[in-house]
Design a protein around this ligand. Sequence first.
Ligand code: C2E
Ligand code: MG
Ligand code: MG
Ligand code: MG
Length: 274
Amino acid sequence: KAGRGRYRMFESGMDALLFARREMEIDLRRALALKQFKLNYQPFINVTTNRVDGFEALLRWEHPVKGNIPPLSFISLAEENGLIVKIGEWVMRTACIEAMSWPGEMIVAVNVSPLQFKADTLLDTVATALKRSGLPAHRLEIEITEGALLDDTDNVIQTLNSLRALGVKISMDDFGTGYSSLSYLQKFPFNKIKIDRSFVAGDDADSEAILRSIASLGTSLGMAITAEGVETAEQLARIRGERCTHVQGYFTGRPMGTDQIPVFLARNDLDERI
Ligand code: C2E
Ligand code: MG
Ligand code: MG
Ligand code: MG
């Protein structure tokens, strides 16, 4: 671009970054076909009944060379290039099928990207996944972040209402981390609010006050409240004192493969912890 007959040294740092990103994109395009994705499931516990209500599906990419790549490092890339739509369909289909093999009436919670709403195929994807797997709609929860409601709000709300009409439950994920969290509660009657783990981990008086206020607000709106990222017995005890209905975190269970779920549910030491 600087014109012919010129030369310039590579900015090697920048070049390496771009190269790595481009390489990841190429790998990501092949990952579905090569069956490199897998779902792990993390339990959420109802603290009013002390029972496991269900499991959240968390996407894992097992890269043949780089090993496990966490979702936060590839989902934004998949959103930029549109791959998230196909990946999201795979997640929905797989989560519904795998949940059918779990004991009891466990719920499966599936994260949905704002981009999947834009693609306008979400309702169809969900309806098809339910029909093909045979999973009853009341056993599916969809988790959306505040980003989904940022623009095109009317369309998103229409889709949420149609999902609700199918019998699917809708949760607001990572609550409190967005720009105007409270306004979203007014826009759609979520079934559940998941309070971001930054408010659960903070053991200062301010985080505690925020957690308590969100929990009591959600309760008055008739929503269930999950405290995310509970890592210690102390945090669990603190949350029990608030109006949270559910907890989810490493303390009550790490993400696991679908095969481990029957074992996890049969283990009786869970009762001692919760
Ligand atoms: P999220 O939906 O808020 O999921 C909870 C994240 O917190 C998971 O990270 C989980 O492993 C982690 N976590 C759970 N308990 C604890 C704890 O006690 N301490 C700490 N430090 N972390 C805990 P993960 O699996 O890395 O996923 C990160 C994010 O990636 C998710 O946040 C979600 O936004 C996104 N994600 C994961 N799977 C999918 C998917 O299938 N589709 C979409 N669109 N996004 C996904
Ligand atoms: Mg989630
Ligand atoms: Mg979350
Ligand atoms: Mg999160």
